[in-house]
Design a protein around this ligand. Structure first.
Ligand code: SF4
Length: 213
């Protein structure tokens, strides 16, 4: 049965009210202390788990304490420092390029506008939305692997294109909840709605999910 937009919005509100109880403190699971660290940690998290990134970044951020240290890093050495996060050659190249552009075009600061963030090497909408939402407090819908899988299963979007999913979620999730809802999707994806075998029988939103209705 086709669900109207208003019915879907109400269903999302009901999902959020459950999520707010179950995942009250859901937040970004990457460790960082400033926007540059968040920007770099998010780039490292591509095709890698946040837990793995969190193992690498304490040493990394100690060795490269600021934007200049990354911008003028030895690329081969940086590759070795981030090797365990996968795709390390590409990531090292992008991190250096990104930090060089931050120095050249943004006074060494991480910009707080989507259009500026998207100019940086290695920064796509997912990373930009995460930095905007988590550091600058500007609402953003972060579409990662969990948001893609769960929003499809929950009937909030169709397809796998991240930008389409971002727009579909923007239509049904209140703007004030964009950032927190995406963090809650990550938590829910780990706790119940796993990729291979979702635990629908014990899922706290099973009464709100088309997979179980
Ligand atoms: S009912 Fe199943 S598919 Fe739906 S959100 Fe819960 S675990 Fe995922």
């Amino acid at each position: 049965m086709r669900e109207s937009l208003s019915a879907k919005k109400q269903r999302v509100l009901d999902i959020i009210s459950v999520f707010d109880q179950v995942y009250e403190d859901a937040e970004c699971t990457l460790d960082y202390t400033n926007p540059l660290e968040l920007l770099i940690a998010t780039q490292l998290a591509a095709q890698c788990t946040d837990a793995r990134v969190n193992l690498v970044t304490p040493h990394l951020f100690q060795k490269y304490p600021d934007v200049h240290a990354f911008a003028y890093a030895d690329e081969l050495e940086l590759q070795e420092d981030i090797r365990s996060t996968g795709f390390f050659r590409n990531k090292a190249k992008n991190i250096i390029g990104c930090c060089q552009m931050l120095i050249a075009d943004f006074d060494g600061e991480v910009p707080g506008r989507m259009e500026d963030l998207l100019k940086l090497p290695g920064v796509g909408r997912k990373t930009a939305n995460l930095v905007l939402g988590d550091y600058f407090g500007i609402p953003g819908v972060v579409v990662d692997t969990h948001a893609t899988r769960l929003s499809n299963r929950m009937g909030l979007t169709t397809g796998k294109d991240p930008y389409k999913i971002e727009l579909d979620l923007q239509k049904v999730v209140p703007k004030t909840h964009w950032a927190s809802f995406c963090h809650q999707l990550v938590y829910h994806g780990r706790a119940y709605c796993m990729a291979r075998k979702p635990n629908c029988d014990e899922c706290p939103i099973r009464h709100l999910c088309p997979q179980k209705l």
